[in-house]
Design a protein around this ligand. Structure first.
Ligand SMILES: C[S@@+](CC[C@H](N)C(=O)[O-])C[C@H]1O[C@@H](n2cnc3c(N)ncnc32)[C@H](O)[C@@H]1O
Length: 356
């Protein structure tokens, strides 16, 4: 351990032994000056983390912890906060699910825990671009992957499209099996999966096929994996965008019932490779037809729960037709005012856990 950290921990131990809150506050004043002058390398060592957070951000969080101790009204409360603080800088606590160090939960301010996700601009860094009509913003798979998997785990995306999930998996050190019916879309995804930057321990496989029936067990076993740890599904929102003319394309389902049956088939097929207690995320929006709002999202949700999945969360995400022209937006506003309905501004991310 860095000598500065040893000194800080020593100071915290001394603070814990103080006779009263006033003495604790004096000790914490010393701790504060120490943290204020620690160099960036030592600051980062205070937080044993691979996430690469900025040292100024970490320093601010630590100073906030110290301030909380200073502001405690009783010695008992201050000692409670000191113990928590010592734990956060001397030990780590991980669950089976992800790489989030629960002893440093305050650090992960960019990991969402509320059920309303409002994103501004799409992340267009690295290989991401918005060219594929109907793709989702990279922030969605990014949040899901960090929340529900560890480094090295396998993520399955049953509607890979142009490969957004694949890029995020690669960036975050996860393996990915992406299934896509359209050869054209799969080719775009494969292009982004350039072999020269592949990590040997990780794999990124693009399978051209129908997620209702494709068998991914060979791919898993070829890579020495027993199962997947997360499934992400971003299906067509029934026929809102026609992706191809193939009969088994979900965007060509003859009616809502057929769409829901196809979704059931996909979930049944792919989840047979999902480890028990692991997560399935479905990103889907609703549809408007012949004067009625069709709650495609909730209907899909019902089918998946009836397959035995536990519903963990319904996330509402903002949605904007960024490509739509001003006139098109105005037209929808006019139609809404005339027709007594509201224009779609949200979609859902349903989070399920495989319980059976
Ligand atoms: C909403 S898009 C997914 C976009 C993707 N998330 C991205 O960021 O590029 C849905 C995709 O599902 C594909 N698809 C439709 N039916 C399918 C099926 N039965 N099996 C696999 N893929 C299918 C479509 O070709 C389309 O690319």
């Amino acid at each position: 351990m860095d000598t500065n950290i040893v000194e800080l921990v020593q100071l915290l131990h001394e603070a814990r032994e103080c006779k009263n809150i006033e003495e604790i506050r004096i000790k914490m004043g010393e701790a504060r000056s120490m943290v204020e002058f620690l160099d960036p390398v030592s600051i980062r060592q205070l937080i044993i983390s691979e996430e690469g957070y900025d040292s100024n951000f970490i320093r601010r969080l630590i100073l906030e912890d110290i301030q909380q101790i200073v502001e405690s009204r009783t010695k008992e409360r201050a000692v409670y906060y000191i113990n928590r603080f010592v734990k956060s800088i001397t030990s780590q606590q991980f669950s089976k699910l992800n790489d989030i160090d629960l002893n440093k939960w305050k650090l992960y301010q960019d990991i969402l825990t509320d059920s309303l996700w409002i994103f501004g601009k799409r992340d267009s860094s690295g290989d991401h671009n918005a060219d594929y009509w109907g793709n989702f913003i990279p922030q969605i798979p990014n949040q899901l992957i960090r929340r529900y998997t560890k480094k090295g785990d396998v993520v399955v995306d049953g509607f890979l499209g142009s490969g957004t999930t694949l890029i995020e998996c690669k960036k975050l050190g996860r393996s990915c099996i992406g299934i896509e019916l359209s050869q054209k879309a799969a080719d775009i995804a494969k292009e982004k999966n350039s072999p020269e930057d592949e990590d040997k321990k990780l794999f990124q496989e693009v399978v051209v096929g129908d997620s209702q029936s494709v068998d991914i067990s060979r791919i898993l076993s070829d890579h020495g994996k027993k199962d997947a740890k997360l499934i992400i599904l971003h299906p067509p929102y029934w026929d809102i965008i026609k992706f191809s003319s193939a009969q088994n394309d979900l965007s060509n389902a003859a009616d809502e019932e057929s769409f829901l049956k196809m979704m059931e088939n996909v979930v049944r097929n792919l989840s047979s490779h999902l480890e028990r207690d692991r997560y399935l995320a479905v990103v889907i929006g609703d549809k408007y037809s012949a004067g009625s709002w069709i709650p495609l999202g909730f209907h899909t949700m019902d089918r998946i729960t009836s397959l035995g999945f536990r519903l963990k969360s319904i996330v509402v995400k903002n949605f904007d037709r960024t490509r739509a022209k001003r006139e098109e937006k105005d037209l929808w506003r006019y139609r809404a005012l005339r027709g007594g309905f509201y224009v779609f501004k949200h979609e859902y991310i349903f989070i399920f856990q495989k319980s059976g």
